[in-house]
Ligand binder design. Structure first.
Ligand code: NAI
Ligand code: MG
Length: 416
């Protein structure tokens, strides 16, 4: 029996291109695991009226470890229109399966590392006062609270009378009291003290474990006095337990501006759900963008790892696939670290780092080419070729042993 069981959820679009390549890489490095496929995403919605089928939930509940590709989601009207005719008008409504999964398994900690690979042509560069350029190396890990805040899902257009009456008890609601229901949309930002403390503690523990000198709480407590105020208060409380690590506090708006000024100065950054989503995408943009942005959704029992990019439908049908699998690989690396396979994780990261630095194999995004069928003819590597390059580099670094040659050959024989 394999040591680990991984529930693999490719989902939609390019999720089906990058996830199988991550499995090929994991097999090549001899990660001792069994992989069980599970359905998720838009097709499930259209066919079954549920983007996260119960059978997938059961598999995750049983095996507790998931690797996820990407899903497609579409606006409400389109969702209703694409639902199988027999299911229409029967009360089915579309919910994001990722958000549902995070809430169902209480995956309350989202970790998004944004770390530059030296030599990545997509790295942020900065002009120096003397007219030259410098390339600050960013090493930031964003901790995002994953289940609450503005993504808690408590929202209405045309809120019920009881809600309106409750809101009317707040003096600041006066200007909105006369607005007609259908013209009034409300999303509630909920922060609980326990969750705020937990995400802040997670951030500090990570900083301690990996030697970061600071944790930055990135909120907006001067305006969102209650919710951001509670996040900041808990960050301060937790900081007292970690005397060697500085606590910095920044406002989300100012932080996004400062990013391009001195991104190398930040270490661990912690934020509530929406702000964490924003700031992690912003940092990811400095270190290669969507082709490099990995994440882990961690709960007390279940953990699911995924690239932060979506299903990129415009590239989903291209043959050969052209998208960059590195974000997916780095998500798999996070999974390895999570289950304690530190050595394998480190070696894959090293192999990716070497391939990026060598610069001979680059997907279209790394070459700043327009994506599309012409990218390969213009010299871009395909998704499969990038995987091959990482496996080959792993093999080179490991010497001739420790690699399953059949798997490398299987990849080589696939159409590029
Ligand atoms: P997207 O992330 O799918 O793609 C945006 C653009 O980024 C692509 O057109 C492509 O140019 C680039 N890109 C994305 N992944 C790449 C990769 N691995 N390598 C190279 N380039 C890459 O976001 P978009 O277009 O806003 O959304 C498409 C669909 O994905 C929508 O249905 C959306 O709801 C969904 N989505 C799902 C997410 C998830 O599954 N976690 C996250 C974001 C969007
Ligand atoms: Mg996002």
């Amino acid at each position: 029996m394999a040591k680990h069981t991984v529930v693999t959820m490719p989902g939609d679009g390019i999720g089906n291109q990058v996830l199988p390549e991550a499995i090929r890489l994991l097999k090549a490095v001899q990660f001792d695991a069994e992989y069980i496929h599970a359905d998720i995403g838009w097709d499930c919605w259209c066919r079954e009226g549920n983007a996260l089928p119960d059978r997938t939930v059961e598999l995750l509940a049983k095996h507790k470890l998931g690797l996820f590709g990407a899903i497609t989601s579409k606006p409400k009207k389109q969702a209703d229109a694409e639902l199988r005719p027999e299911l229409r008008g029967k009360g089915y409504s579309y919910f994001s399966p990722i958000v549902t999964m995070r809430q169902r398994f209480h995956l309350d900690t989202c970790i998004r590392p944004c770390i530059s690979f030296p030599g990545n042509p997509l790295n942020f560069i900065r002009k120096k006062p003397d007219g030259g350029f410098e390339e600050p190396l960013v090493n930031v890990v964003v901790f995002r609270q994953n289940t609450e805040g503005l993504y808690a899902g408590v929202e209405w257009t045309n809120p019920p009378e009881l809600v309106r009456a409750a809101l009317a008890t707040h003096s600041k609601f006066k200007p909105f009291a006369g607005i007609a229901g259908p013209d009034l949309a409300i999303s509630v930002r909920i922060i609980t003290r326990n969750a705020a403390r937990k995400i802040c503690r997670g951030a500090f523990e990570w900083a301690k474990k990996y030697g970061y000198k600071s944790v930055t709480i990135c909120e907006k407590p001067n305006v969102l006095r209650e919710t951001s105020g509670m996040m900041e208060e808990e960050a301060k409380n937790v900081a007292r337990e970690f005397p060697g690590i500085a606590l910095w506090s920044t406002n989300i708006d100012a932080q996004t501006m400062w990013l391009t000024k001195n991104p190398e100065e930040y270490g661990v950054v912690v934020a509530s759900n929406l702000f964490g989503d924003v700031i992690s995408d912003a940092f990811a943009g400095l270190v290669g963008g969507l082709g490099f942005a990995a994440s882990g959704n961690i709960g007390d029992e279940v953990a699911v790892f995924e690239p932060t990019h979506g299903s990129a439908p415009k590239y989903a049908e291209l043959d050969p696939p052209i998208v960059n699998p590195i974000a997916m690989f780095l998500s798999a690396v996070m999974m390895l670290e999570h289950v304690g396979e530190i050595e394998k994780a480190g070696r894959i990261r090293q192999a990716i780092s070497a391939v990026v630095k060598q610069g001979t194999v680059r997907t279209y995004d790394m070459m700043r080419l327009p994506g599309g069928p012409k990218a390969i003819a213009q010299g871009a590597a395909s998704t499969v070729q990038m995987t091959d390059a990482v496996i080959a580099e792993f093999e080179r670094q490991a010497g001739s042993h420790g690699l399953d040659r059949e798997l490398v050959a299987a990849g080589n024989s696939r159409q590029r």
